[in-house]
Design a protein around this ligand. Structure first.
Ligand code: SF4
Length: 377
């Protein structure tokens, strides 16, 4: 793993006061850490149930559910024997019911396959339904005192600040790097307390907004605070959701003119000129009949012939156009504009082809223009 960790992090770890950091953190945890029911005499089963309940759910909400659940199903055998409806009923209101189903199935497996002992082997534990790397790390460290990182969003935030690490935490590489850092920092004697201390620090002090750096027990070890960057971390680059639109574009021309549309005065590509664009509602662009019908309805033009000549793709920041360009033949002698509504007349115009170069055209339409010229030269 070390080879794939950024040099910057390796250097920071090499000079970090790890012993003193653990000491300061654990001292604070012992005096200020949260008193939570699953932390009293923790067992693998208690830690497991609490960690599953805490996924996507606030601690305050989980506490009464956890207490009711444990009094209803005090042992793994009791949970394994319960009908699924009863388990779901006990979960009612917590939401994300697949968590309860996975827990129920996994507990049945532990009872049947492992004699009701939650595996302390990371591989076997990680194979149980609903146990991902975070839950596995929490169980191994809190119930079995194995020095295993348990890295969720809170821990990522705290550690990117502690190490002033400005890489995107949405990337798997960054998460793995932070796991590597936590694995170096974790207290080998009290790994469970260490992981819980970091969770408490993230919940109580190093909060997403306005971290309370002045009251932070590890402020002396925080490179993000020292650099004045704490509030800017972690870096989280939102993925842009790209919308896909498919268009039919008929090139309707005479010997001297071509039909163009001017886009509205505001919005995407405002006021630019383009060939008519028909948005394909199902996005498959397989039915050119729809295009003929649209051209007829919109422009009173009955196409005699149409043929797809090219496909173009253009990516905007949030949008991708897939454009299918059609060569068209029609009766050019017809004076179709007479039949147009005022709205169509205002937006569509037969433009002299030799004036196209003076009009602002989006890139896709410039390409269509080039094709059109080469076709008829
Ligand atoms: S000093 Fe501030 S940014 Fe650093 S760990 Fe403490 S609260 Fe978080």
């Amino acid at each position: 793993m070390k080879e794939s960790v950024a040099q910057e992090l390796q250097e920071k770890i090499a000079s970090y006061q790890i012993q003193q950091f653990r000491k300061d953190l654990l001292h604070w945890y012992d005096t200020e850490g949260r008193v939570l029911p699953w932390r009293q005499k923790p067992t693998p089963y208690k830690v497991w149930v609490s960690e599953i309940m805490l996924q996507q759910t606030r601690v305050d909400t989980v506490i009464p559910y956890f207490q009711r659940f444990m009094s209803q199903f005090p042992t793994m055998e009791a949970l394994a024997e319960a009908p699924e409806e009863q388990v779901l009923k006990a979960w009612e209101g917590l939401g994300y019911y697949s968590r309860a189903r996975h827990l129920h199935h996994a507990v049945k497996e532990v009872v049947a396959e492992y004699g009701s002992q939650v595996p302390d082997d990371p591989v076997k534990l990680g194979e149980l339904p609903g146990i991902g790397p975070y839950t596995r790390g929490a169980i191994l460290s809190m119930a079995y005192q194995q020095p295993t990182p348990a890295v969720d969003g809170n821990v990522l935030r705290v550690f990117t600040r502690l190490f002033n690490y400005a890489e995107d935490i949405e990337k798997t590489k960054t998460k793995k790097e932070i796991e590597w850092v936590v694995a170096h920092c974790i207290d080998p004697v009290r790994p469970g307390a260490f992981n819980q201390a970091i969770m408490d620090l993230g919940a109580m002090v190093c909060t997403p907004k306005n971290p309370a750096c002045r009251n932070c027990p590890v402020q002396q070890h925080c490179l993000g605070r020292e650099a004045g960057q704490a509030e800017r971390l972690p870096v989280k680059i939102k993925k842009i959701r790209v919308r896909h639109e498919t268009y039919f574009v008929p090139v309707i021309r005479t010997a001297t003119h071509v039909l163009l549309h001017q886009r509205p005065a505001s919005g995407l590509l405002a006021k630019m000129w383009e060939f008519p664009m028909f948005l394909d509602p199902d996005g498959e662009a397989e039915d050119s009949l729809q295009l003929s019908q649209w051209v007829d309805k919109q422009f009173a033009i009955q196409l005699l012939y149409l043929h797809e000549v090219m496909k173009l793709r253009h990516q905007f920041s949030h949008l991708e156009w897939n454009v299918h360009v059609y060569q068209c033949r029609w009766d050019e002698e017809m004076d179709v504009e007479k039949q147009w509504s005022d709205e169509i007349k205002g937006a569509y115009h037969f433009i002299p082809i030799d004036q196209l170069a003076q009009l602002p055209l989006p890139v896709v339409h410039q390409k269509i223009t080039e094709w059109m010229k080469s076709e008829f030269e």
